[in-house]
Structures are given as structure tokens and as C-alpha cells.
Design a protein around this ligand. Structure first.
Ligand code: NDP
Length: 336
């Protein structure tokens, strides 16, 4: 079985590659540079794995050549910017997210008729709304859509820009399938904040992916005097569960045409600090103590319903204690 994975250098994609390699898939993955390609090649010397360089996914024809793989069965589209170090929302965030998604779907329809299913990594941000996040009775499920528009993404607020990039990208994917009726079906995976260990050994802790930044701050002693406030969306999932969800989404026929809210549960930074303290006594000097203030739950944490992902994809959700332990272990290996 042949699978194309976009954005193979990413935190999540590394776990997806790990599972695909172990299950014996024939894999093609895309990265932006030869430097990133060689790291992946070195990690899997014996796998049926090849790497294509796609320097700019914001180009409408970015994927035209890469999808021309004879007998390609599945595509997992994970590449999308998730960081806040950009200055121009349109060219650095919205275009790669949205055009990246539509261009791969168009390319598959045109040049890869053997593809049966495409799984797009979306996000919980494509489900939330500003009002819903203030409603203590709201329970999110796959029928919820963020009403945010492309224009809202250009209003100068970095969080809105990210939310718009993911929401419009996912909406465009469903619209494409509805209007173009391609031979493949679509699945989207919507995780909230993704925590958990790195597959790769980070060259430096400053190279950490966005959603694991708080764990780096924690082990560097930055929460020692006050725990980082738990603001924003206090829902999380382990990266291994999200990776597994992508593979299950292509292996389970009944997943076709569905959206999945892959969420484990609620978290506060205080709980993360406590889990770290319980399991890493050697980090005592860096970690906040039980008396340290801060990091409590915000007044409203969104309710969630993960029953569709649990039942159809068959996920046994990894808990926050295990996720935190494995995450910190992988960070300690990087900083050693
Ligand atoms: P990473 O930043 O580790 O991975 C992002 C991947 O996308 C990298 O391979 C990156 O390539 C690639 N990418 C980013 N921008 C571009 C671009 N302009 N052109 C080409 N490739 C690009 O983050 P994650 O692994 O966490 O994210 C993976 C997916 O999961 C994304 O779609 C993200 O939106 C989604 N997601 C993540 C969540 C999280 O909390 N981590 C939550 C919800 C959704 P490069 O290595 O070259 O930068």
C-alpha cells in the first residue's frame, strides 16, 4: 500500500511516519529542504521510504509532480504552518494552509486517479467560536464549525490568523469534495493542543514545536516562581493518538467522509507541573513546588465529545501523566 505524507519534518508527521514504517507501508513524504530530507532518510535506512522536496506549498501547482506516483493509494496532508513567528499573515500562514490544501486535492484529482482517500490534518480551532468558548454549557463535537472568515485572518491578531488558516483550509477541502466529486473520499482530523514526545532528537530545545513550548519552559525553570496561566483552549491530546488516528482514518472504511474530533480531555498547566513534580524528582530545582501559585483552570473550559473518534478510529486515549512523562524524557534527551 502506497501513502504520500506531506510535511514529513513536522512533530506530528514524524509519529505518522513511525507508524507507517512499522506497518510496512510504501511511503513518499514531502519536506521543504534537502537538510530535512536527509534527517528522515537517516532515521529509516531500511524502510520503503522516499522523499520529495516541495519548497513552497503555497504555489497552486506545488503538488502536481509529487502525486504522480503509480498506484498511490492514500494521501495524508499534514503540512501547514503552526507557529507565530511570521510578519505577513497572507503569505506566511493563510496561503500555505489554504492553497496547500486545495492544490493537493486538485493535483490528486487530476494526476492520481488511484488515490482512494485523503486525510487532512485540521484542528479544533476550525470547530470553536469566540462565543462558544465563553459558554460553560457548550459541548463541542464534529458538527461545530468556526464561523471565522479569511478576512478575519488578516485583522492583525495572530490567534485569529491561525484559526482562519485552519478553518478556511478545512472548509475548502470539504467544498472541493462536494463540488468536484473526485474519486477519493475525504477525512479530516481535528485535534486541540497536541502534547507528547518527539520522535526525533531535537538539536536544541529552541527548535521545539509550538504546542510543546510550555514543557520546555517548565523544565527550564521558567514556572518556578509562578506557573504559566492556563489561558486559551484547555483541551489536549497526545501526539501518538493523533498519529494513530490518521492511520486508522485511512485503514477503516467507515471513517470515509467523516470529520473526527481527536481530544483526550481537559488540562491545566498546574496539572502538568504536578505530573512533572511527581515523576522527575531530579528536576526539583527547576520545577514549581506545590505552593507555587498559578496555572489553574480558567473559568470556562470547553466541553467535548470524543465518542466518534473513540468508536470509529478505536483510540485508547493516552493520559496526561504518561504524556507528560514521555514528553519530558524526550526533551531531557535533547538537552543532554
Ligand atoms: P510542526 O510545526 O512541527 O509541523 C508543521 C509541518 O508543516 C512541518 O513539516 C513544516 O515544515 C510544514 N510547513 C509549515 N509551513 C509550511 C510551508 N509554508 N510550506 C511547506 N511546509 C510547511 O507542527 P505540528 O506537527 O504540530 O503540526 C502538524 C499539523 O497538525 C498542522 O497541520 C497543524 O496545523 C496541525 N495541528 C497541530 C496542533 C498542535 O497542537 N501541534 C493542533 C491542531 C492541529 P518545516 O519543518 O519545513 O517547517
Amino acid at each position: 500500500t502506497k501513502v504520500l505524507v506531506t510535511g514529513g519534518s513536522g512533530f506530528l508527521a514524524a509519529h505518522i511516519l513511525e507508524i507507517l514504517v512499522h506497518r510496512g507501508y510504501e511511503i513518499v513524504t514531502t519536506v521543504r529542504s534537502e537538510d530535512k530530507a536527509s534527517k528522515i532518510r537517516d532515521a529509516y535506512p531500511n524502510a520503503k521510504l522516499s522523499i520529495a522536496i516541495v519548497p513552497d506549498i503555497a504555489q497552486p501547482d506545488a503538488f502536481d509532480e509529487v502525486v504522480k506516483i503509480p498506484g498511490l493509494d492514500f494521501v495524508l496532508h499534514t503540512a501547514s504552518p503552526f507557529h507565530f513567528n511570521w510578519s505577513d499573515a497572507k503569505s506566511e500562514l493563510l496561503d500555505p494552509a489554504i492553497t496547500g490544501t486545495t492544490s493537493i486535492l486538485k493535483a490528486i484529482k487530476k494526476y492520481a486517479p488511484s488515490v482512494k482517500r485523503v486525510v487532512v490534518t485540521s484542528s479544533f480551532v476550525s470547530m470553536v467560536s469566540v462565543e462558544g468558548l465563553q459558554d460553560p454549557n457548550k459541548v463541542y463535537n464534529e458538527s461545530d464549525w468556526n464561523p471565522i472568515t479569511y478576512e478575519d485572518g488578516l485583522n492583525g491578531n495572530k490567534v485569529s490568523a491561525y484559526r482562519a488558516s485552519k478553518t478556511v483550509a478545512e472548509r475548502s477541502a470539504w467544498k472541493f469534495v462536494e463540488e468536484e466529486k473526485p474519486a477519493f473520499d475525504l477525512v479530516t482530523i481535528c485535534p486541540p493542543l497536541v502534547f507528547g514526545p518527539r520522535v526525533d532528537r531535537l538539536s536544541s530545545l529552541s527548535a521545539i514545536n509550538t504546542s510543546n513550548e510550555r514543557f520546555v519552559e517548565l523544565i527550564q525553570g521558567k514556572w518556578k516562581d509562578e506557573i504559566l496561566p492556563s489561558i486559551g483552549v484547555n483541551l489536549w491530546v497526545d501526539v501518538r493518538d493523533v498519529a494513530f488516528a490518521h492511520i486508522a482514518a485511512l485503514e477503516k472504511p467507515e471513517a470515509g467522509g467523516k470529520r473526527f474530533f481527536t481530544v483526550t480531555g481537559k488540562f491545566s498547566n498546574r496539572e502538568i507541573a504536578a505530573a512533572a513534580r511527581r515523576n522527575f524528582p531530579e528536576l526539583k530545582d527547576k520545577l514549581p513546588s506545590e505552593e507555587t501559585k498559578g496555572g489553574d483552570y480558567p473559568p470556562v473550559v470547553p466541553g467535548y465529545d470524543n465518542s466518534r473518534a473513540t468508536e470509529i478510529l478505536g483510540i485508547n486515549w493516552i493520559d496526561l501523566e504518561k504524556s507528560t512523562i514521555d514528553n519530558i524524557k524526550s526533551l531531557l534527551a535533547a538537552s543532554a
